[in-house]
Design a protein around this ligand. Structure first.
Ligand code: C5P
Ligand code: MG
Length: 236
């Protein structure tokens, strides 16, 4: 991953916010970030990049030089050094933009589970692209724990067990909440109560996005996604 070396010294963003709109999706483990992102992708055609999924994929890649390190960090619920995660995100964004260049020049990215630490937040905005705002799914810990233990029965994730869950909560409170507070202090947080069932949370998300992005932008995304879906179906 050559990006890692050049990331350290880079002080100007590689992408312009005129070309890409980045929305950070934050919230404790089990808050429903992935669930809501999947629904947003389906409806609006946004690109969805999950930092956790990218890290797990890198961990599983046989010749990855970071596989062992990532595995350890994830099991302990700690935050993987930012250079690794940012390099993975940047490469994934590039891939999406190249694939979509003809179809959708203005990409809207949901970056899920990132930034989880202040240094990641600062470096990403300095070296990759400034984000529009952070979408924060707020949910109390006992409910998060119930969800994660339930998910653990089928997820196959090494960190959906009681011990790792406790550590992840700790990291979230100590390390990741300060990121939410940092953006809140700048008026850059869209706060959504994530305690309710997915349908209700989705409605609240949609209303919040309409306010933040503008109803017109959201309608345009919806129309473009519907048209793309129509083209898909015509081809089948
Ligand atoms: O978001 P998700 O729950 O899939 O993340 C799983 C784990 O991946 C986290 O507990 C953490 O160890 C690692 N991670 C990270 N930095 C991020 C996102 C995830 O270190 N920005
Ligand atoms: Mg997730």
């Amino acid at each position: 991953m050559s990006t890692i070396d050049n990331l350290k010294d880079r002080t100007t963003p590689v992408f312009s916010p005129d070309d890409v709109t980045v929305i950070f999706v934050l919230g404790g483990p089990g808050a429903g970030k992935g669930t809501q992102c999947a629904r947003l992708v389906e409806r609006y055609g946004f690109a969805h990049l999950s930092a956790g999924d990218l890290l797990r994929a890198e961990q599983a890649r046989p010749d990855s030089e970071f596989g062992g390190l990532i595995r350890e960090y994830i099991r302990d619920g700690r935050i993987v050094p930012m250079e690794v995660t940012i390099a993975l995100l940047e490469a994934a964004m590039r891939e999406v933009l190249e694939a979509a260049a003809a179809a959708a020049p203005r990409g809207i990215f949901l970056i899920d589970g990132f930034p989880r630490k202040l240094d990641q937040a600062r470096k990403f905005e300095e070296a990759v692209v400034p984000a529009r705002f952070a979408l924060f799914y707020d949910c109390p810990e006992p409910e998060l724990e119930r969800r994660l233990l339930r998910r653990g029965q089928t997820s196959g994730r090494e960190d959906d067990n009681a011990d790792s869950i406790r550590k992840r909560f700790r990291t979230f409170a100590d390390t990741s909440m300060p990121v939410v507070d940092y953006y809140a202090a700048q008026g850059r947080v869209l706060h959504v109560d994530a305690t309710a069932a997915p349908d209700a949370v989705f409605d609240a998300t949609r209303d919040g996005l309409a306010e933040r992005l503008g109803q017109d932008a959201l309608d345009a995304a919806l129309a473009a996604a519907a048209a793309a879906e129509g083209r898909e179906q015509a081809r089948e």
